[in-house]
Design a binder for this molecule. Structure first.
Ligand SMILES: CSC[C@@H](O)[C@@H](O)C(=O)COP(=O)(O)O
Ligand SMILES: [Zn+2]
Length: 204
């Protein structure tokens, strides 16, 4: 892979995610947009905390085609969907954290609603804790094409910003570049931790 600074940033983000324990075993996948047509996606089945630039595989955003014939993430279809839906999206991070896995199972509704937290302002455009942020929650599916179609149908009618949760699975979030995607991931994870603890304490 020739020099491409955003890929260096993504590799650093993967190591950071690994250090946080947010991509245990081979969970999680990460990508960065190259241009309007292509993105670079993590190879399937690897420990994402120790990826190098050679572990990223070029994928065509329009149709998930892989010119190299290598095997990118099993969840490639969710990354390319985000790049198709949002031309401004520059990077996508998918993690398997305990907080997102547990909260997405406890919450029975179609979104995790967050309000009253100062840290909501880590999300682009948010300027007050008084807003309610709805992170959509989709039932998990091993059929990624079907899941991507469900998410696309949702996004056709409802604004989709920052990220979404897959029930019992994890968080997929994005940003205009790797730095913003990292900030969204860290901010959302903090909010999930707070929300889980709040629910636990208030249940007593
Ligand atoms: C550890 S199983 C997790 C996978 O099924 C999947 O959800 C995942 O996040 C990683 O898949 P991958 O194909 O390595 O990108
Ligand atoms: Zn996953």
């Amino acid at each position: 892979m020739t020099d491409f600074l955003p890929l260096e940033h993504l590799v650093a983000a993967c190591h950071w995610i690994g250090g946080k324990g947010w991509a245990p075993a081979t969970g999680g996948n990460m990508s960065v947009r190259q241009d309007a047509e292509y993105c670079l996606l993590s190879a399937s089945g690897k420990d994402k905390g120790s990826l190098t630039r050679d572990d990223f595989i070029q994928v065509e955003i329009a149709n998930n085609a892989v010119p190299s014939g290598r095997t990118p993430s099993a969840e490639t279809g969710l990354h390319t969907l985000i790049y198709r839906l949002f031309p401004q999206a520059g990077a996508v991070l998918h993690t398997h954290t305990v907080n997102s896995t547990v909260l997405s199972r406890v919450e029975q509704g179609d979104a995790l609603r967050l309000s009253g937290y100062e840290m909501q302002k880590t999300l682009a455009g948010q300027q007050t804790h008084l807003n309610t942020i709805a992170i959509p929650l989709f039932d998990n599916d091993q059929d990624i094409d079907a899941l991507a179609q469900r998410i696309a149908a949702f996004a056709a009618n409802t604004p989709l910003q920052y990220g979404f949760l897959l029930r019992g699975h994890g968080l997929t979030c994005w940003g205009k570049d790797v730095n913003e995607a990292r900030r969204h991931l860290e901010g959302l994870e903090f909010l999930f931790e707070c929300e889980l603890q709040r629910r636990l304490l208030e249940a007593k």
